[in-house]
Design a protein around this ligand. Structure first.
Ligand SMILES: CC(=O)N[C@H]1[C@@H](OP(=O)(O)OP(=O)(O)OC[C@H]2O[C@@H](n3ccc(=O)[nH]c3=O)[C@H](O)[C@@H]2O)O[C@H](CO)[C@@H](O)[C@@H]1O[C@H](C)C(=O)N[C@@H](C)C(=O)N[C@@H](CCC(=O)O)C(=O)O
Ligand SMILES: Nc1ncnc2c1ncn2[C@@H]1O[C@H](COP(=O)(O)OP(=O)(O)OP(=O)(O)O)[C@@H](O)[C@H]1O
Length: 463
């Protein structure tokens, strides 16, 4: 179907319906009275849903509808949001308001928009828990507790093709945890990583509504969306459908740090990988879907450097993984050999692995030495927050990039490489050497929501 809507002139974004049958979820949206846009999520070999899980499944499917709408809403950012099913309870509206405001903060910043005061999901103050939850309250603000469903003690581990999820997988394997390697989309690279884990696999397909790409061609607003939230909501539906009691993402501590602050608002490229979103969704699932469905990040206590140190021990993945997001485009060109070598992710992962791997091993992974290439100076400067802000990408904090670069500048095998020498001569004299130690970054922090059953896996990562 061809769309005729002028996206930037729309007045209402409408959540029409979410339906599920035979392993396919259909999520329908529209602007104003325009064409229906349908996103489809395909759950392979979907089992019949046990009756006791139906309410939880319906709740999770509704949430997925609301979360996945962010891809379409952003095309027009109209002033009004309507939900055909009716207004949301406060906890659900709070989650959605936060996700759309903070998850689209980079999008807004780069497009010169201000979404504050514009995003307001319809809410009714006193709605009861939709999953048949129990336990008093009555004000509808926090609908207490959803029932326990007796979900099997199995963990869905989302796989992104990069180092982080593979560290999480190996940590769960090290404690003999029952787990499934799950991923969304049709990336062959992710499939190869998932196969290599040796775990049972689950590949969920996602088809965006084709009208979105037409809207993009017609001048829709476009930019970054909180895709981890979409993947999380898909996996929550999957956990209930296939029977898993936990979803263990691999979102690092640094994901909670803002990329920059602008006009009093924090702009974080990785907002839906951060702890605030993890808490919102984890609580929401307990109160609205199933008390025994845990959503967490297994890597939350760890910095990027602690994670690269752990990954440096996982040699069997070295010729399969890639953190370069250019591999994961739906439409655009992809790098020929897994690492484009030009983007912030390539720069950061090279730098963060370098202190923990023998140099020839690292060069073999990337097929080149990014730190001996003067043309890459600006890219590394941004990582160090030197004359630039942190890039809009999934990279560690400026301070940990500086700690990694400092460590290399002290090592004979690295210190003559062009960008390490430049750091030593030009940037280091402007820094406080007391702030550059690597070791503090390897210490885990206490803040996480990892359920007791999986906590022993944290030892494997921190060791
Ligand atoms: C792979 C990638 O980085 N894509 C971003 C890129 O998209 P591009 O236009 O270059 O091409 P496609 O990926 O083929 O997408 C085509 C258009 O489709 C729309 N779209 C796509 C996926 C989706 O979930 N929703 C969508 O609306 C969009 O209009 C695309 O233009 O640039 C886009 C615009 O800035 C980004 O939206 C694309 O980002 C993807 C959604 C994506 O998967 N990105 C992840 C690699 C990513 O950024 N991960 C973050 C996680 C942050 C978080 O809070 O979740 C990270 O690793 O830090
Ligand atoms: N297509 C996907 N399907 C399911 N989960 C995904 C997908 N892409 C990313 N994720 C998950 O989202 C989280 C954040 O992704 P991120 O890209 O930071 O991790 P990664 O790919 O494991 O590692 P790296 O930081 O090296 O890229 C991880 O838990 C990852 O597994």
């Amino acid at each position: 179907m061809t769309t005729t809507i002028q996206p930037r002139l729309t007045q209402v974004f409408r959540f029409l319906h979410a339906r599920y049958a035979d392993g396919v979820a259909e999520l329908a949206y529209a602007f104003d009275d325009g064409e229906t846009m349908v996103e489809r999520i395909r759950f392979p070999h979907a089992p019949a849903l046990p009756r006791e899980r139906e309410a939880a499944f319906d709740a999770a499917l509704k949430l997925l509808h609301l979360v996945a709408g962010v891809s379409y809403y952003k095309a027009g950012v109209p002033p009004k949001i309507e939900v055909a099913d009716g207004p949301l309870d406060d906890a659900t509206a709070d989650l959605l308001d936060a996700l759309y405001l903070h998850g689209l903060a980079e999008f807004a910043y780069r497009n010169g928009l201000d979404l504050r005061g514009r995003i307001a999901f319809p809410r009714a103050a006193s709605l009861p828990s939709p999953a048949g939850g129990r336990g008093g309250g009555g004000e509808g603000r926090h609908p207490l507790q959803a029932p326990s469903l007796g979900l099997p003690k199995r963990t869905l581990v989302p796989i992104g093709g990069g180092k982080d999820s593979l560290v999480a997988v190996e940590a769960i394997k090290s404690i003999g945890g029952d787990a499934t390697a799950a991923w969304v989309g049709n990336s062959a690279l992710i499939a190869a990583c998932a196969e290599r884990t040796g775990l049972p696999t689950l590949n969920i397909q996602r088809e965006l509504a084709p009208e979105l790409f037409e809207l993009n061609q017609r001048g829709a607003w476009n930019g970054h969306i909180p895709v981890t939230a979409v993947n999380s909501a898909i996996l929550a539906v999957a956990a209930i459908l296939y029977g898993h009691d936990s979803i263990a993402f691999a979102n690092e501590r640094s994901a909670s740090a803002a990329t920059l602050e602008y006009d009093g608002q924090q702009v974080n490229h990785q907002w839906s990988k951060g702890y605030a979103f993890e808490q919102l969704l984890g609580e929401w699932l307990h109160t609205h879907a199933a008390a025994d469905l845990d959503y967490c990040s297994l890597l939350r206590p760890f910095s990027e450097l602690a994670i690269t140190r752990a990954f440096a021990k996982l040699a069997p993945y070295f010729d399969a993984f890639s953190s370069c997001n250019r591999n994961f485009r739906l439409l655009g060109p992809k790098p020929a050999d897994r690492w484009c070598g030009q983007c912030p992710k390539c720069h950061f992962v090279f730098l963060a692995l370098a202190p923990f791997l023998p140099k020839p091993r690292l060069l073999a992974i990337f097929g080149r030495n990014l730190l001996d290439d003067e043309t890459q100076a600006a890219g590394f400067d941004a990582l160090l927050e030197y004359q630039d802000h942190k890039p809009f990408e999934c990279v560690g904090e400026g301070a940990e990039a500086r700690a990694a670069m400092y460590a290399l500048s002290q090592r004979p095998e690295w210190q003559e490489d062009a960008l390490v020498a430049r750091f030593r001569d030009e940037i280091l004299p402007q820094l406080d050497a007391a702030q550059l130690a690597l070791e503090p970054w390897l210490e885990p922090s206490a803040e996480h929501r990892v359920p007791a059953r999986l906590q022993p896996a944290l030892q494997a990562i921190g060791a």
